[in-house]
Design a protein around this ligand. Structure first.
Ligand SMILES: [Zn+2]
Ligand SMILES: [Zn+2]
Length: 546
């Protein structure tokens, strides 16, 4: 879902789309608007139909048994994926193969307004997504309630069979919370609003601020040269300065996103009590600093935890209501340890570095495509279509995120898992395994067997409670099964464990080197034109330089 939202904003930010000649409908004929709207709006009934079938089939599979529950979770997850692929397909089709962008920007002349054209461009997609959620509301709720029911007698080995303990510290923390939404009473509207803010607004709000900033900055660039901040006359330098300003705004907005998140999601500080004390003790022990530990209200729909924020003053640790409600305390600690791992291993800053590398790659692809075009395809001096260049950059960028980011994120998730295991090891009350590397007779390097088992159980339960099949692949996390398998392998294979730690170190070093390389290349390409544009270029000083 997050990927689709990122892609949506990347597409609407590329103002030169669609490329000439790609469109299935020619612009500026009488029927352009009607035909385009026909294609763009078609997604709403299509998604509704798909989600409807998925919901009916999910409902039908639920028969009160564990096997029925798993089949239903598979069914729902399959249809949700299909809906996402369809939404993404319609998005790309409408932005690249139809004149939808030109209809909104030129025919309806909405480009005069900040943010409005982008919102209109994405409105059909949002309508499709919302209809899809609405159609699966009942199925999702039933599945969630089914996960909480008493377990089958026939399958005693099932993970779900550890019934949640009542009246523990977590439950009492929930009780003393100020906001008290009731899970059972979640109506359709609250469900949709939760989905919207958890899956869309968290990205869309910062992106909308960036889109608005872009509107005003570009308007400023086209204005007179002696405005509030004087800009050079040379158009290339001018655009470069504006792009840098937009980059700075984007960076600030994204860095402040955790503060927005606190208000976009329904949160409150985790009430004082034994649970909060325990979290604080863990943070002290591992040296994790933060602004606040937040209790995150999801109407009991999401068993989840998260850490947001690059630096301690704006770093928030979130634990969801359903997590506290349905998990054992030591399991909650395991989840907390995993989140702490993301912070302690600097995962968020490295995602930022990855973002910079992907920008450089996209920029490199643009320059390369222009060079290749001029060298091999240029026939009579015409310039390459800027929309094509933009499309190439976009494909590079999205490809990097779809494959590169997803791969990096999966590596980092596993490192956070390992950290989680190590984090809960001192609190493991009894580790029966005599062979345990940490607690056994022969003290050696490795993972505590008790802690690893507890962590694996926690992952499985989270998957179960969130209606995620264990083998379902996720863009950012991989599958729960593969994470459990990896931990199992590390339990008694110190070499593999060490190799894994080293490989992550190399990945981080590679990212840093690529950033430095990209910066050097960018400076090398742009230094001379910018200096000349600013009237500061003095060829006598650097005679002989490239
Ligand atoms: Zn994680
Ligand atoms: Zn142990």
């Amino acid at each position: 879902m997050y990927f689709v939202i990122i892609m949506a904003f990347a597409l609407v930010l590329s103002e030169k789309l669609p490329p000439e000649g790609f469109s299935l409908i020619s612009f500026a004929t009488a029927n352009t608007v009607a035909a385009t709207l026909g294609i763009v709006l078609l997604q709403i009934p299509v998604i509704a139909l798909m989600a409807g079938i998925g919901a009916t089939r999910t409902h039908y599979r639920l028969d009160g048994t564990d096997r029925g529950h798993d089949a239903a979770a598979d069914e729902l997850s399959f249809f949700q994926h299909m809906c996402m692929v369809t939404v993404a397909g319609f998005l790309v089709t409408s932005m690249i193969f139809t004149p939808w962008a030109r209809v909104v920007r030129e025919t309806w002349d909405l480009d005069r307004f900040p943010l409005l054209p982008e919102l209109v461009l994405l409105a059909p997609m949002m309508a499709g997504i919302t209809i899809g959620w609405a159609m699966s509301y009942r199925a999702e709720k039933l599945l969630r309630l089914d996960a909480m029911r008493e377990p089958d007698a026939q399958e005693p080995e099932k993970i779900r069979d550890v019934p949640p303990k009542r009246d523990n510290d977590a439950i009492s923390a929930l009780r003393s919370a100020k906001k008290r939404p009731v899970a059972e009473g979640t109506g359709l509207f609250a469900f949709l609003f939760d989905k919207m803010r958890h899956q869309v607004l968290i990205l869309a709000v910062p992106m909308c601020i960036i889109v608005t900033a872009k509107h005003f900055l570009y308007a400023y660039a086209e204005g007179p040269a002696d405005g509030f901040i004087p800009l050079p006359k040379d158009p290339t330098t001018r655009m470069l300065i504006i792009s840098c300003m937009l980059g700075t705004v984007s960076f600030v907005v994204l860095a402040l996103a955790p503060v927005m998140l606190r208000y976009i999601w329904a949160t409150e500080p985790l009430p004082d009590g034994p649970l909060r004390k325990r979290f604080e003790r863990i943070c002290d022990r591992i040296g994790l600093r933060y602004r606040e530990i937040l209790l995150w209200h999801t109407h009991g729909m999401a068993v989840n935890a998260a850490v947001m924020g690059f630096v301690a003053p704006i770093r928030f640790i979130l634990v969801s209501d359903a997590l506290l409600e349905s998990m054992e305390e030591e399991e909650i600690e395991a989840v907390f340890g995993h989140e702490a791992g993301h912070v302690r291993h600097w995962h968020l800053p490295f995602f930022g570095i990855f973002a910079i590398v992907s920008m450089y790659a996209a920029g490199g692809a643009m320059i390369l495509s222009s060079i290749i075009y001029t060298k091999f395809f240029q026939t009579n001096g015409e310039q390459i279509d800027q929309a094509i260049v933009q499309l190439i950059a976009l494909v590079t960028l999205l490809g990097m995120w779809l494959f590169g980011f997803s791969w990096l994120s999966r590596r980092f998730e596993r490192q956070a898992d390992l950290y989680g295991v190590r984090c809960i090891t001192p609190d493991i009350r009894q580790c029966q395994a005599r062979l345990c590397p940490v607690h056994g007779a022969k003290q050696r390097e490795g993972l505590c067997i008790g802690a690893t088992n507890l962590f694996g159980r926690t992952l499985s339960r989270i998957a179960e409670l969130n209606n995620i099949p264990k083998d379902a692949f996720s863009w950012r996390h991989g599958s729960i099964q593969s994470r459990c398998n990896l931990l199992d392998r590390f339990k008694d294979n110190v070499d593999a464990l060490r190799r894994f730690d080293t490989s992550i170190l190399y990945i981080k070093l590679a990212l840093l080197s690529l950033t430095i390389l990209g910066t050097v290349v960018a400076v090398w390409i742009y230094y001379q034109p910018v200096m000349r544009g600013l009237g500061m270029w003095n060829p006598t000083v650097t005679a002989g330089a490239p």
